[in-house]
Design a protein around this ligand. Structure first.
Ligand SMILES: Cc1cc2nc3c(=O)[nH]c(=O)nc-3n(C[C@H](O)[C@H](O)[C@H](O)COP(=O)(O)OP(=O)(O)OC[C@H]3O[C@@H](n4cnc5c(N)ncnc54)[C@H](O)[C@@H]3O)c2cc1C
Length: 412
């Protein structure tokens, strides 16, 4: 096990061509350098393991996202020692304003950070590389585990094969590789979403989420990014035949009909192309540990993203931490059966939260109930504080979306 420190290396040199990587059997290869893969690699490198992180894209790279960081992301950044570096580059919002289908609305105060994923993911991936993880550009197209427990990774367009004792698949919602290995058993996404950037002189301070009738239980958003830039988008559950074209029309209608959206467009100076991407939610459709016990999956690949809110950056990072913990235990002891603790910990730590979000979704996916709850929250400090806990992932959604809580709100 070796670790290399790259603290003084220039960013452009931190991600190398795969041909420049030494030919040896790594302790771990992490496939995918998004938030899940980068955080996994960083903690593995900190533990002194010989880790190679690969991504098919050259970093910094774009990732279609709402670019909003919630509480769990910030906590994971603190644990990784990257909080200051991210917040130095991010924009801070004082509150979110949530609109129901009939436009009842209420504010959720808090601290919300926004940062383009191009920047955020680069801070994480290069952060892992600076802590000693090797970082290379490679599109992994196949994985084979030999009887002696060495994993061989094939690379698109290259004869080179990378060897390791453990491979961790963190390829997000792109699950062709994980599907091939049996780590993923349901390849279709849970949800789809689109976003674009608008530069506009119209000023919006808050993050806006709107449960439009055409999208519910999905929603549309306007997220201020600072410097007159706004991330606008919408997402909904995936149904057979769902297309990004359909969502493009929904977003255009939202921006025409929603007053703040209309003003934003009227005063816009430029806008980017629309991008679309899939989401995998609710910790379902995957086996996080391969039967060989030499392959793991983490992040959105295992469906880490929250159902209903679509918030997945923090969850990808948290599952990455759990994957790293299990990998360190297995590799340091030589007992790979310890990897079985990983799915148990995923279930114990995250499953109750996902259940809560499914519960919230049941309430808010009915437009009339969504209107009613929003109308109540407008005038109830009790519901406002419970909703704030729900959004910041510090409270149980079942405490907001319960008949008894709503009834109590009439008497407080
Ligand atoms: C429109 C939209 C808006 C969203 N908004 C938010 C938000 O505001 N806040 C939030 O918390 N979450 C949001 N999400 C969810 C969030 O984007 C994901 O949950 C998060 O990116 C998952 O991280 P990950 O590391 O698992 O995967 P990813 O970030 O997708 O990273 C996977 C990486 O794997 C690489 N890769 C894929 N296949 C291969 C291969 N074969 N070989 C090598 N590399 C490979 C990719 O290039 C990529 O870099 C949004 C999602 C969408 C689609």
């Amino acid at each position: 096990m070796t670790s290399r420190s790259n603290r003084n290396t220039a960013t452009s040199e931190l991600q190398r061509r795969v041909g420049e990587i030494d030919d040896r059997v790594f302790d771990v290869v992490v496939i995918g350098a998004g938030p899940a893969g980068a955080i996994t690699s960083l903690h593995l490198a900190d533990a002194g393991l010989d880790v190679l992180m690969v991504d098919r894209d050259r970093f910094p790279r774009e990732k279609v996202c709402g670019d909003c960081l919630l509480f769990d992301t910030m906590e994971s950044l603190r644990r990784a020692g990257l909080y200051d570096e991210v917040t130095r580059r991010a924009h801070q919002l004082p509150r979110a304003t949530i609109y129901s289908p009939r436009r009842y609305h209420f504010d959720v105060p808090g601290i919300y950070w926004t940062i383009r994923r191009r920047t955020f993911d680069a801070v994480l991936a290069f952060g892992a590389a600076r802590r000693g993880a090797h970082f290379a550009e490679a599109d992994i197209c196949d994985v084979a585990v030999s009887s002696d427990g060495v994993v061989a990774l094939s690379i698109t367009g290259s004869d080179r094969v990378i060897g390791c004792r453990l491979a961790i698949v963190a390829t997000g919602a792109q699950v062709r590789l994980a599907g091939k290995t049996g780590l993923v058993v349901r390849e279709e996404p849970s949800a789809v979403a689109v976003r674009k950037y608008i530069k506009s002189s119209h000023r919006i301070e808050n993050m806006i989420l709107s449960y439009d009738r055409s999208l519910i239980p999905g929603y549309a958003w306007i997220i201020p990014m600072g410097d007159d830039q706004y991330n606008v988008g919408c997402g909904c559950y995936y149904r057979d035949g769902e297309s990004y074209g359909g969502l493009k029309r929904v977003l255009a209608t939202f921006l025409e009909e929603f007053p703040e959206g209309r003003l934003l467009v009227e005063k816009s100076e430029s806008s980017s192309r629309l991008g679309g991407a899939a989401l995998r939610c609710g910790l379902s459709g995957s086996h996080p540990v391969h039967q060989s016990r030499h392959l793991l999956a983490t992040g959105e690949t295992v469906g880490a993203t929250f159902p209903f809110t679509g918030e997945g950056i923090g969850k990808a990072m948290e599952t990455g931490e759990l994957a790293a913990q299990a990998a360190i235990e297995a590799l340091k002891s030589g007992d790979f059966s310890l990897l079985d603790r990983y799915p148990e910990r995923l279930k114990a730590e995250l499953r109750p939260k996902y259940r809560g979000y499914f519960f919230a979704e049941k309430w808010l996916s009915r437009p009339w109930l969504n209107d009613f709850v929003s109308w109540r929250i407008q005038s109830s400090p009790l519901l406002q504080s419970r909703f704030k806990d729900f959004v910041s992932d510090t409270g149980d959604p079942r405490k907001v979306f319960a008949v008894t809580t709503v009834l109590r709100s009439f008497f407080q």
